[in-house]
Ligand binder design. Structure first.
Ligand code: APR
Ligand code: PHB
Length: 392
């Protein structure tokens, strides 16, 4: 029987940021991850870090490579009705910026730092189960390299994503679920070509939404709105590029640079919240507790915000048995979760084509875009949410 203070299920951004922050507070943890280290770091995921996420990485000693290799952006561009509208993120937020730095790189930096500090991580674990979280010493059972393990801890952190085991282990009736499934998905590609724009471009178009993002000066990330279960084999590379060119057209003749597509995939889209995020000694964080549509680039940043609260709460309890922050964990996280859900929903509703939109809905949507493009107050509201609301 192994013993530690915090048993963390999942070594994605939530799990590894938590392990790292706890370590800095002198709180011991053991991480149990279903996949291999390579798989977790290679997964193609998000790439936009809020100002607060960057500051936290730097303040906790793992921001060096992100500062060296990350692309700092001071604005984004909206395109609609053939016109371009730059949102001056920095000017509207007193200097706030976002940083383009792949999620897999964040996880790599956190994992390297945690292992170098003596952190314990079981990769490729299977048959993971969680028990006794309604008591003072919850238990994680798992197998690693064919050997069964039992891990007693003071707290279990459920950082195992939307399809994880922790939320699924809660008794019926323990959770209230809130969900909206969108009637579309995104077809995303990674292309080995220089970006066609220095900044991100969010395009509203009669044929559907498109997004131009990037991963590095030689790797471009692009998405186009499609059906939720769009068959990928219906999309040749040429068809993808043609559709992106059409939707991203800006009327000033700028063209979209093309190159080899090195990865493509279709993801569905939902808003989801499971309340509360604490059940006795089991605390949920990140995608295990909530999902946002990717339009606001918030998934990774919200996971980081959750575990920042959790690390402080557990550290306070470990220091002097004070459970006040633990008792407030769920309410504290959910205040931000719902603000971010609102923003991600708003960006999604404003920018996507809804098949069932009435003529009134369509004209109202165009008015929303016009308002954001023409009103400083409206643009400032987008900017402060996009750069990231202040941490509590
Ligand atoms: N046992 C152990 N580990 C598990 C289990 C399990 N039963 N189920 C899932 N996991 C692991 C997954 O392999 C993954 O590495 O938990 C981790 C969860 O990581 P994420 O899904 O990345 O979730 P999170 O850390 O909350 O980060 C949210 O990741 O998926 C993106 O879009 C999402 O950007 C957001 C961010
Ligand atoms: C990405 O670069 O993957 C990305 C950027 C912005 C978004 C979503 C995804 O809103």
């Amino acid at each position: 029987m192994m013993r530690t203070q915090v048993g963390i299920v999942g070594a994605g951004p939530a799990g590894m940021m938590l392990a790292h922050l706890l370590g800095r507070e002198g709180v011991e943890s053991v991480v149990v991850e279903a996949r291999s280290r390579e798989y977790v770091q290679e997964r193609v995921r998000a790439g936009v870090l809020e100002q607060g996420t960057c500051d936290l990485l730097e303040a906790s000693g793992v921001g060096a490579r992100m500062r060296r290799e990350g692309l700092v952006h001071r604005g984004i561009e909206l395109r609609f009705a053939g016109a371009r509208h730059r949102i001056d993120l920095s000017g509207l937020t007193g200097g706030g910026t976002i940083t383009i730095y792949p999620q897999g790189e964040v996880v790599k930096d956190l994992t390297d730092a945690h292992l170098a500090a003596g952190g314990q991580i079981y990769f490729s674990a299977d048959e993971v189960s969680v028990h006794d979280f309604d008591r003072a010493s919850p238990l994680i059972r798992f197998r690693a390299a064919g050997t069964p393990h039992e891990l007693r801890c003071d707290f279990i952190a459920g950082c195992d994503g939307f399809h994880g085991v922790c939320r699924a282990s809660l008794p019926v009736g323990a959770l209230t679920l809130y969900e909206r499934i969108y009637p579309f998905g995104w077809l995303g590609i990674l292309a080995a070509v220089a970006p066609s724009s220095d900044e991100l471009i969010y395009a509203h178009h009669a044929r559907g939404f498109a997004l131009h993002s990037m991963r590095s000066p030689v790797l471009t990330r692009l998405y186009l709105q499609c059906a939720p279960e769009e068959p990928l084999d219906a999309w040749s590379d040429a068809r993808i590029w043609d559709e992106l060119e059409t939707r991203l057209a800006s009327g000033d003749g700028g063209s979209l640079k093309r190159g080899p597509i090195v990865q493509k995939g279709v993801t569905g889209m939902r808003s989801f919240v499971a309340e509360p995020m604490r059940h006795g000694r089991l605390l949920l964080a990140g995608d295990a507790a909530h999902i946002v549509p990717p339009t606001g680039a918030k998934g990774l940043n919200l996971a980081v915000a959750d575990v920042r609260v959790m690390a402080r709460a557990i550290a306070a309890f470990a220091r002097n048995g004070d459970s006040e922050l633990i008792d407030r964990y769920s309410a504290t996280c959910l205040r931000r979760v719902w603000q971010v859900q609102r923003f991600a929903w708003w960006m999604t509703a404003m920018l996507h084509r809804f098949e069932d939109a009435s003529p009134f809905d369509y004209r109202r949507q165009m008015a929303e875009l016009e308002y954001v493009a023409s009103s400083r107050a409206a643009a400032q509201s987008l900017a402060e949410n996009y750069v990231g609301l202040p941490f509590e």
